[in-house]
Design a protein around this ligand. Structure first.
Ligand code: MLT
Length: 409
């Protein structure tokens, strides 16, 4: 008798964003004439930058000719892309990361979900609340938790975020081995200073722990004093893995490309206490289970680092940040306390009521989709997340409708 992985039985019925999509589809079927504006899942709406499209076309043409055709590429990504990333995203900021410490992949969601596989099943895991659900669910699947009770999995050390701590949690008050952090934060849009980040790096060094740092939204940082990578912090190379994505940075949500940085000095420990290089474990896992991102996609991403590509992605990001500023301004004017939206495409709004009720009300009265904060954890209850990923016209229309709906409440 084939037995199922019982850990899956502990999971909540469906993934947050699938759940929301189902509710929205039901609503749309019941009200086919209503025009819904989606500010829920952070999915980009604007076309890929022209520099990327031109490079994409050139690479597709190469695949059409036997003399330039490419079969399997290196699993970790082509050197032409890894070198650009190391130079422009790291060395230009004084962060000592080399091309061979970068692993190109098809998404930060996959990488943040898969990385836990290389660590011990008994690793004690610290996860923020509220949080991007992938970190939590993948640890549940791997059996690092007990059952789900009152909005929490047994065995996880929750790092609580609140208005009081600005959604930068306190250091854990019990021993932990793996720590997930994400800044600019999904879902709250909160940002972390270099000094605050250093306290986490120092903690990890002191306690032989490891930080899994999700920097998928770094491109939206406009405040130059904020760290864009954890490797700007001294000592991080030994204790941190960083995840980045071209999804939001350059519009690749549908095209798929991301990368993970595992410095060759990053260490974990064997059962007998010997230090082992995490890089070689991730390399082993990546080359065994992944065959690389397609050549044309990597060429398209490489174009992000050209002069025109960089100008074009800045325009894209600027457009989404204008949306974020508008959402934040209007929600604040309506009397709602907001976090994020300044160095982040997400605005975290204190709705002062049940998150799902607020979600339903915005959908029914305004035809606008947001994400209920409770979907990101118990500390998200009472909040909603509004995403700035849409056209300016749609965001303006959404805010007009939300203003009308909330004024008549
Ligand atoms: C989100 O809305 O939180 C993100 O789009 C999810 C993701 O990037 O996977």
């Amino acid at each position: 008798m084939i037995r199922i992985n019982e850990n899956y039985l502990k999971l909540q019925a469906s993934y947050l964003f699938s759940d929301i999509a189902k509710r929205v589809n039901r609503f749309q079927q019941a009200h086919p004439d209503r025009q819904i504006i989606k500010l829920g899942i952070g999915d980009v709406t604007r076309a890929l930058p022209p520099a990327c499209i031109a490079a994409f076309h050139r690479a597709v043409d190469e695949m059409a000719d036997d003399t330039t055709f490419r079969g399997y590429g290196p699993e970790q990504g082509y050197p032409f892309l890894r070198e650009k990333i190391s130079r422009y995203d790291y060395q230009a900021r004084g962060a000592d990361i080399s091309a061979d410490e970068i692993f190109i992949s098809d998404g930060a969601k996959c990488d943040t979900g898969n990385i836990q596989e290389i660590f011990a099943g008994a690793a004690r895991v610290a996860i923020p609340d509220p949080v991007y659900p992938v970190y939590l669910d993948t640890n549940v699947m791997a059996g690092r938790t007990g059952s789900y009770k009152q909005g929490r999995y047994e065995g996880i050390v929750y790092l609580e975020g609140s208005r009081q701590n600005g959604f930068i949690p306190e250091l854990p008050d019990q021993p932990v081995d793996l720590i997930y952090l994400c800044y600019p934060n999904n879902p709250t849009g909160a940002t972390i200073t270099k000094t605050q980040l250093k306290t986490w790096v120092d903690y990890a060094r002191e306690h032989q722990a490891l930080i899994l740092y999700d920097a998928a939204y770094e491109a939206f940082i406009r405040d130059e004093s904020l760290p864009k990578t954890i490797y700007e912090v001294d000592g991080a190379r030994e204790v941190a893995i960083e995840f980045r994505s071209f999804s939001k940075t350059a519009g690749f949500t549908g095209t798929r490309c991301a990368f993970t940085v595992v410095p060759d000095t990053c260490r974990a420990f064997s059962a007998d206490g010997q230090s082992v290089p995490v890089h070689s474990f991730w390399h082993r896992r990546h080359t065994t289970k992944f065959n690389g991102v397609s050549y044309p996609v990597q060429r398209a991403v490489e174009a992000v680092y050209s002069d025109e590509g960089r100008r074009q992605i800045q325009q894209l990001q600027h457009g989404y940040l204008e949306n974020a500023a508008l959402i934040r301004k209007e929600m604040t004017a309506l009397g709602y306390d907001c976090i994020g939206g300044e160095n982040s495409p997400y605005i975290w709004v204190d709705g002062r009521t049940d998150s799902w009720q607020f979600f339903d009300m915005l959908l029914e009265k305004a035809g606008v989709v947001c994400t209920p904060g409770a979907g990101f954890g118990r500390c998200g209850e009472g909040y909603i997340r509004i995403s700035a990923f849409n056209s300016f016209e749609n965001v303006k229309m959404a805010m007009k409708r939300i203003t009308a709906a909330l004024s008549s409440k």
